[in-house]
Design a protein around this ligand. Structure first.
Ligand SMILES: Nc1ncnc2c1ncn2[C@@H]1O[C@H](COP(=O)(O)OP(=O)(O)OP(=O)(O)O)[C@@H](O)[C@H]1O
Ligand SMILES: [Mg+2]
Length: 152
């Protein structure tokens, strides 16, 4: 499986990559977004969701755990599992039901959903590099591979 790498020199570069990513995606798709606090996971998600056609803010779903969007009959679910302390919270919200053939799921802090959320098609890792960021977009399934190929 291949990967796409880039250096993101500022927030605008991250949004722009989100736009490029958005052009390559369709449901079903599961994207894990890994990276430390403030790495840029929500910034990238904003670029993706707004480019898909959402007009308005993309807020961090830290407290709600999930923010739903419906754009052109596609369900976009943006998760932030940072605050999940107990997997039961995820069972209670019926987290598996969000992962359908018609949904694109973007998941920040996926490790907190370990065992309860489907495997990723694509794993995005964002790392601090001084004031910039390094991003890697890895394919983890055939669907992911097709997507990553389009980014190159
Ligand atoms: N290249 C860059 N890409 C993205 N954000 C950057 C970059 N350089 C600086 N920033 C800043 O880093 C912050 C990224 O915040 P963001 O909410 O996207 O992070 P996050 O990974 O979602 O964090 P959290 O784990 O808290 O949800 C913003 O304040 C943004 O302005
Ligand atoms: Mg975030």
């Amino acid at each position: 499986m291949t990967a796409f790498n880039a250096t993101l020199k500022d927030e605008n570069a991250t949004v722009a990559l989100g736009q490029q990513f958005a052009q390559a995606i369709k449901p079903p798709l599961v994207v894990y977004l890994n990276g430390d606090l403030g790495a840029g996971k929500t910034t990238l998600s904003r670029g993706i969701i707004q480019h898909l056609g959402h007009i308005g803010a993309v807020k961090s779903p830290t407290y709600a755990l999930v923010e739903p969007y419906e754009i052109n009959n596609v369900d976009i679910f943006h998760f932030d599992l940072y605050r999940v302390a107990d997997p039961e919270e995820l069972e209670y919200m019926g987290i598996r039901d969000y992962f359908t053939d018609n949904s694109i799921c973007l998941v920040e802090w996926p490790e907190n959903g370990n065992g309860l959320i489907p495997a990723a098609d694509v794993q995005i890792n964002i790392r601090y590099q001084d004031e910039q960021r390094q991003i890697t977009i890895e394919a983890h399934s055939d669907i992911g591979q097709t997507l990553v190929n389009k980014l190159k």
